[in-house]
Design a protein around this ligand. Structure first.
Ligand code: KMT
Ligand code: NI
Length: 193
């Protein structure tokens, strides 16, 4: 089950790594239900039974099985991102870019295979919402959503990435208010998504 909450944004960036990766709750904590999360940010969460894909009869690996499943749902490209210091090239640089507030022209869809992490998204009132995702959680983030990503204190996540069209790896750092995806996102936001 995914938890989402408003974070205490009173501390100025750049933050110590330990603060950045903490839950950063308000006092008292202010959680959002999944319905509030959708209405305030456009983010939806699906739960995928990843264990099912781990134990398939053809002895294919989980990534192949998930890719087949994704293709049946209309995704045209998938890959795996293993966010581990020794296995991911340019690890620190990538983490720095992921934590820089940005948006994309396409939806960002991420399924957690192993570990856990935080996705922070801006809500319609420009407040940061922190979403804690774990194995089996699939986060669907609309094109044009301002967001950022960080590992949590457990320091490891393996993500399955799903793309509805040919991957476009560009990120547009904030401010990108004139970006067509942002303009479109804002017009959906006023209608409550
Ligand atoms: C991105 O665009 O890749 C991100 O926002 C980082 C989260 S997925 C590693
Ligand atoms: Ni992104």
């Amino acid at each position: 089950m995914v938890n989402a909450w408003y974070i205490d944004d009173s501390l100025r960036e750049p933050l110590d790594e330990s603060v950045k990766r903490s839950d950063r709750h308000l006092n008292p904590p202010e959680y959002l239900t999944l319905d509030e999360l959708r209405r305030k940010t456009g983010v939806t969460i699906e739960t995928v039974n990843v264990d099912k894909y781990d134990n398939d009869s053809d002895n294919n690996n989980i990534e192949e099985e998930l890719a087949k499943h994704a293709s049946s749902k209309g995704y045209v490209y998938t890959d795996v991102l293993d966010i581990h210091a020794e296995r991911l090239d340019n690890y620190s640089e990538k983490l720095r870019a992921f934590y820089t507030e940005h948006l994309h022209s396409d939806d960002e869809v991420r399924l957690v295979l192993v570990g856990s992490a935080y996705f922070d998204v801006r809500d319609i009132d420009n407040r940061w919402v922190r979403i804690h995702v774990r194995r089996g959680d699939q986060l669907n983030l609309l094109a044009g959503t301002y967001h950022r990503f960080t590992l949590d204190v457990d320091n490891y996540v393996k993500l399955f990435r799903l793309f509805g069209s040919k991957p476009d790896w560009s990120s547009f750092n904030r401010p990108a208010d004139e970006h067509p995806a942002r303009v479109d996102y804002m017009s959906r936001a006023v209608k409550g998504f």
